[in-house]
Write a protein that binds this ligand. Structure first.
Ligand code: BGC
Length: 523
């Protein structure tokens, strides 16, 4: 045989072996679909004493606010009629707020009216038996105008009243500092034309806000969350362009300075809150919370989809959290690797916000630009919420156990919930029971989980989806003075909280969602 032939046969052989290997690999892949929950015998699933049961809201979504970057964006959307007409919720294009034009000025500016109705809302939380309530202190409320050296005293008084209302009902406040929103003036250009987190003085301005917060509210507030979902902020504000400042820079590397500034802002806040607490003989618990998603290959057999799942998972779920743990900002798939002074280990807990799973689909023509969506070809009838997000309880267990192992720190669940506007609210009830069950299984398996905080107490303003995405245990009647009506899931959550977990009665009642029947084999 000639050398040329020999080479050709070797190449064909290697190719054939590769094809066989890929086929064998895909055949060995576990099935997808049922069961969507973790297998476990039916038993009462009760949490340790002192476990925190809460609800969460955020300033821009639930209250009226003085000029913030978001308030400004909302006004522009309204002026320009960018209401995504004809689109369904969950797919609102950048620059729009779904259906925003349908609502009165009162609704558009007051959102869920929490700053007027907070006594009533905190009462409702207390009636459910909750002992935690997550809110944000808004930078824009404390420092509404540029150049202010002291916070607005009325704003300070407002938050004192809110925390006092919680404390008097035995509810512990959990307070977020940055829930995507900053004062509008923060986005005025500096001398170099930089805005927001890229301004040369961004961290000095942030420090003034953090000092004001720490000096006024430590140790009244003991549990702090410096940043809400930095990955969502970076992605929506600088990659997708759906949140202000609405930029489309291609990827996180394009927003590297914002990324680094957020890490530094977190470290500064962590140190400040601890310093002030120590000077007052108190202790605080400080962390941040990340939006954690499950990613799976769109085509289970596609090596490209499977490789991309690894990349997307790393970029989305872990890079920011790893940076806080290690003190180095390393961005996957880039050569960015920057040490951030004073960052390593600045977290007393790791915050987890979990909602759903996604499917990652690659295209060989541009392999580094995957499509991430919510529908898998082999699961066309998967249960989805009003925004099209699949309910995937088992992913909660996976996420919590991975976070627990990776960081060996206490974990606080700071958001979990679903958008269900149906009158019977059945989806939310199933979701609630199934997810609390997964959290219990994760803590049974060694994760030190300290809280379950549900998003949300009442319907509120859902960013680009406006007022149509209903995440509340309580429905808000926007047409009639923001009147609140308990959905059935509110009573269910109350029942769970009063039992400090899932009783067999509740598990049996929701047997289909919670796998309490014999048919559950689990993974
Ligand atoms: C955010 C909330 C939001 C919720 C539901 C989380 O990503 O922190 O502000 O309302 O998800 O979309």
């Amino acid at each position: 045989m000639s050398r040329r032939h020999w080479k050709r046969y070797t190449a064909i052989g290697v190719l054939a072996l590769l094809v066989v290997a890929v086929i064998a690999w895909s055949l060995a892949l576990p099935g997808r679909g049922e069961p969507r929950i973790t297998a476990a015998p039916m038993q009462p699933m009760l949490f340790p004493k002192g476990f925190l049961w809460g609800v969460a809201i955020a300033g821009q979504q639930a209250e009226s606010l003085p000029a913030s970057d978001w308030t400004k964006f909302e006004a522009e959307v309204f002026r320009d009629h960018r209401f995504a007409q004809g689109e369904h919720i969950g797919a609102t294009p950048a620059g729009n707020i779904h259906g925003f034009g349908r609502w009165s000025e009162q609704v558009r500016t007051h959102k869920a009216g929490f700053d007027v109705l907070y006594e009533e809302d905190i009462d409702a939380a207390a009636h459910l038996g909750l002992n935690a309530f997550r809110v944000s202190i808004e930078w824009a409320r404390l420092f509404p105008r540029p150049g202010m050296t002291e916070p607005d005293p009325e704003a300070i008084a407002y938050y004192h009243k809110v925390f006092a209302a919680m404390k008097s009902r035995g509810i512990e406040p959990i307070v977020t500092l940055f829930h995507y929103v900053s004062p509008a003036w923060f986005f005025d250009a500096d001398a170099h034309g930089k805005r927001g987190w890229e301004r040369a003085d961004a961290l000095t301005l942030w420090q003034a806000y953090v000092d004001a917060v720490a000096n006024n509210f430590v140790p009244d507030v003991r549990i702090w969350c410096t940043l809400n979902e930095p990955n969502v902020y970076l992605y929506d504000a600088y990659v997708l362009g759906t949140y202000p400042p609405g930029e489309k820079r291609g990827d996180f590397a394009g927003a590297r300075d914002v990324y680094a500034a957020l890490l530094r802002a977190h470290a500064q806040a962590y140190r400040t809150l601890h310093r002030v607490a120590a000077s007052r003989g108190a202790t605080v618990s400080v962390g941040l919370t990340q939006n954690m998603q499950i990613f799976e290959p769109y085509h289970r057999y596609s090596p490209l989809d499977r490789t991309l799942v690894w990349v997307v998972d790393k970029v989305w779920n872990w890079d920011f959290l790893d940076a806080v743990a290690s003190g180095r900002m390393k961005l996957t798939t880039t050569d960015i690797d920057i040490p951030i002074e004073g960052l390593a280990g600045t977290e007393d807990y790791v915050g987890v916000n979990y909602y759903s799973r996604n499917y990652v689909r690659g295209d060989w023509r541009h392999p580094l630009d995957p499509d991430v969506g919510t529908v898998a070809p082999d699961l066309p009838d998967e249960e989805r919420n009003d925004l099209g997000w699949p309910s995937y309880p088992h992913g909660f267990y996976e996420t919590l156990t991975k976070v627990g192992k990776r960081y060996a720190k206490p974990v606080m669940i700071l958001e979990n919930g679903t958008a269900d506007s149906a009158d019977d609210d059945k989806l939310r009830q199933r979701y609630l029971v199934a997810h609390i069950r997964e959290a219990w299984l994760a803590q049974r398996d060694g994760v030190d989980i300290r809280s379950y905080v549900h998003w949300s107490l009442m319907d509120n303003f859902e960013w680009n989806e406006g007022f149509d995405a209903r995440f509340g245990l309580f429905a808000v009647d926007y047409e009639h003075d923001f009147h609140r009506t308990a959905r059935p899931s509110a009573a269910l959550y109350g029942e769970i909280v009063h039992a400090n977990g899932l009783s067999t009665t509740v598990l049996k009642r929701y047997s289909e969602a919670a796998g309490a029947t014999a048919g559950t084999s689990g993974r």
